[in-house]
Unconditional design. Sequence first.
Lengths: 113, 114
Amino acid sequence: GAGVSQTPSNKVTEKGKYVELRCDPISGHTALYWYRQSLGQGPEFLIYFQGTGAADDSGLPNDRFFAVRPEGSVSTLKIQRTERGDSAVYLCASSKSWAGVAFFGQGTRLTVV
Amino acid sequence: GQQLNQSPQSMFIQEGEDVSMNCTSSSIFNTWLWYKQDPGEGPVLLIALYKAGELTSNGRLTAQFGITRKDSFLNISASIPSDVGIYFCAGQPSVGGGSEKLVFGKGMKLTVNP
């Protein structure tokens, strides 16, 4: 597509529930990133995919967070047993390669109540 | 997580004025990027810098990659109301394990009074 697309744009969930956030990268971009942005802060790195594999998942805060990219295109960020502290904007970005400039989607605003 | 030191945190200026902001890091970066974020949107790339000492312009924007590779600045000249938003610096660490990720500053909120 023309840009990085993220769905849903907003998600409200109850504490303890499971959520999935989807990212459609720019067509042909092999690198895909997930970032989390809390209010008043800059984005913080979560995980980076090169193709289908997670090349760097050092930013995932704990084992409740998991991401997949099974066919090297669309990616899903999965959060189990959500907590109120997980509330944030989750941003996805893609680039042509690991050294390329990253283009961001509009983000998914997750609110855990 | 790691964040860059970005200053100032906010600025209120009159339309037509120039504005400068900068970012510093305790570690070396391979690439410096400047993004602008509007409410409800993702960051949009303004300028990318790839070499120490590089000075790059994009319209009314000028950015420089510090010679030490630990800092960068962004200037906006002759500001207009649509410059309002939050400006982020981002650095890509030197080549090595996990270097592909970007490290962001906390952002500079710009308000332009018409």
